[in-house]
Design a protein around this ligand. Sequence first.
Ligand SMILES: Cc1ncc(COP(=O)(O)O)c(C=O)c1O
Length: 423
Amino acid sequence: MPMSQTFCQRLFPVLPRITEHFGTPFHIFDEQGILDTGEKLKSDFRAVANFREFFAVKALPNPVILRIMRKLGFGLDCSSSSELVLARKNGFAPPDIMLTSNNTSIELLKLAVSNGGCILNLDDITMIDRVPAFPELICFRYNPGERRTGTQVIGNPIEAKYGVRHDQIIEAYRRAKKRGARRFGLHTMIISNQLDHNYMVETVRMLLNIIEMVSAAVEIRFEFFNIGGGIGIPYRPDDKQFDMHGLVKESAVLLRQFSLKHGYTPALFMECGRYITGPHGALVTRVINRMSKYREYVGVDASTMSANPRPAIYETAYHHITLLDLEGRPKHGNEEVVDVVGPLCENSDKFAKQRLLPKAEVGDIMVQHDTGAHSPAMGGNYNGWLRPQELILHTDGSIELIRRAETMADLFDTLKYEPKVLR
Ligand SMILES: Cc1ncc(COP(=O)(O)O)c(C=O)c1O
């Protein structure tokens, strides 16, 4: 199911008050829902020793959300200098931060090894010689190539720009050892929004096999392996829930077999973003126009590019929609097929295409579900549209602004600079 019933029950009755106080559009996140999902994940993984989640900052890079992750005992997965700085500023220590970057610059490598460092996850074999001060603990992102298939969002591993090739992986650890590494991890991330737990079980099996192969060739022991993020959420009403119990049960068996053979078990890490916060966010907009062209259009006061680019970028992306009347009651019946659009001069600026919805009227509140991950985070300023404010519904029922709406002044700030001309 899209957005949990409990979030809907908490949110809908107070939405008219929130929209009156804060105005629209806004993203709102549900602290209770995020905490419940985080606690459930830890409890699901009780059977796996030393399990740890490193929340993917790129999914929802807001300091208040990151502090919830710290409260849950999670680490963070960062992919850029800004995310690394955000993690450090919010109290995450070196062992709590994993850096998985791509096409990495020297500047980022320098930042990664400064301030006590972090868990450095190298994405290419050439990076080994570029790390300025080689850390004791090192990890590599493995790309299995033709051995696995991917999805539309992430692509097939053989076409992906990420990771160390299969035929390079032993050499990578050999060289890292030569540069002084003494502690080792292995990582992969080859799937996105995957609802079939069997795929992730295969990833566990694949990484344990690689650990076995590399350990034998290079005489090293692995402290951890990280199966990445990419666990899906049921965006569509008829999507099934990911079977986390199935993944844990089958991973525990594989780890036990590994332990019997090798006398130890590496810790299992994960770096989910979407699974943790995706269902616990909503984009709240107001219907500002009804337009009839060759299709029926419902126009809202936000654009896909600034508020939630997913439906504009990914053909298969779907966000469930609830229309509410002025009293905050979900509308039912009197349905029609419409496209829900923003104001961009881009025909891809559609939150929903040919969607069956109750008849929308100007002034209605429209709630777009499951925007808690990779939604506001992907937003930009095309056509000069501004990114909406972000709110959180706290466990005590209070609602707090956690990111103000972007202003024109923010947009024009980069146009203020010292004159610089090269003749
Ligand atoms: C390296 C890496 N880890 C983790 C994630 C998080 O993925 P998800 O939010 O689908 O779990 C991503 C997403 O792009 C990623 O690139």
